[in-house]
Design a protein. Structure first.
Length: 182
């Protein structure tokens, strides 16, 4: 493969993880992120299943455990403040409703970004156009000069700019599964 440049859109959790692995296997990933810099904070993320496997294979498990949010489990409490049921973290081997390893989203993103050493990050920018041909993808950015990539990966969240540019307006592809009622 002549062109090993790969663009990943999104520097949250889903962008730095593949950037790390692509870089490790000889590719030249670039991550573009709309935000002006890394986003701190966020909801806690459970590391279980495939997520745990990725962290282990990346060699980050010890550091991930050091960043864990302290938790004891879940308790159901009645009106008088009495516990009526409990599920400790240890229940189900740490793979139950409460995971043994929970990390704040921003901390996990920082951990993965640090592991992606040598990856180029373009902050405060976004993709505005994609033109694909047999040799790759020409990408126009809002701020950076136009560039050419072999592949573009959309890791830019629920309302993805890459998905919109590739497939059209979100409402044309949105299919509620009936899992939420208002």
């Amino acid at each position: 493969m002549e062109n090993t440049d790969i663009l990943i859109c999104g520097a949250g959790i889903a962008g730095p993880a593949p950037a790390h692995w692509l870089r490790r296997h000889g590719f030249r990933p670039t991550v573009v992120e709309r935000a002006p810099g890394p986003r701190p904070g966020g909801q806690a993320v459970d590391l279980r299943g495939a997520g745990r496997t990725v962290i282990e294979r990346t060699g980050l498990m010890e550091r991930a455990r050091a960043l864990c949010v302290e938790q004891r489990g879940v308790a159901l409490v009645d009106r008088r403040g009495r516990h009526t049921a409990r599920m400790p973290v240890e229940q189900f081997g740490g793979e139950g409703i409460v995971s043994e390893i929970e990390i704040l989203r921003g901390d996990l993103a920082d951990l993965l970004r640090e592991a992606s050493e040598g990856v180029e990050y373009l902050y405060d920018d976004t993709v505005t156009a994609l033109t694909e041909d047999a040799g790759g993808v020409t990408v126009r950015f809002e701020n950076a000069p136009q560039r050419r990539f072999h592949l573009v990966v959309g890791a830019d969240g629920l309302h993805s700019a890459v998905r919109r540019l590739t497939f059209g307006p979100e409402q044309d592809h949105y299919r509620p599964l009936g899992g939420y009622r208002s």
